[in-house]
Write a new protein. Structure first.
Length: 90
């Protein structure tokens, strides 16, 4: 699920804050979105938030050795038609 959109900023590397487990106050996305800045005609950043769930195996305890996580970023309605229709035949 996409969590939030915000203007690009070099300091925006940690959407949960630089040290989320040790923070005394909300940082990152909560602080940035509270600024209510306009994103009109700006480069934006999308933070993709995912949850990991798997069926546990005996080999995964006490440390799970590996898991694969991926996602697709597919535009919808970005083009008015398929851009590959103009590709000349080989």
């Amino acid at each position: 699920m996409a969590e939030a959109l915000a203007r690009y900023s070099e300091q925006g590397r940690w959407p949960c804050g630089e040290f989320p487990v040790q923070a005394e106050a909300d940082a990152g996305l909560p602080a940035w979105t509270a600024q209510n800045r306009s994103i009109d005609n700006e480069d934006v950043v999308l933070w993709y938030v995912f949850g990991l769930h798997h069926v546990t195996r005996p080999e995964d305890w006490p440390v799970m050795p590996v898991d694969t996580v991926s996602f697709w970023l597919k535009p919808v309605g970005f083009f008015d038609r398929n851009p590959s229709l103009d590709v000349p035949p080989t």
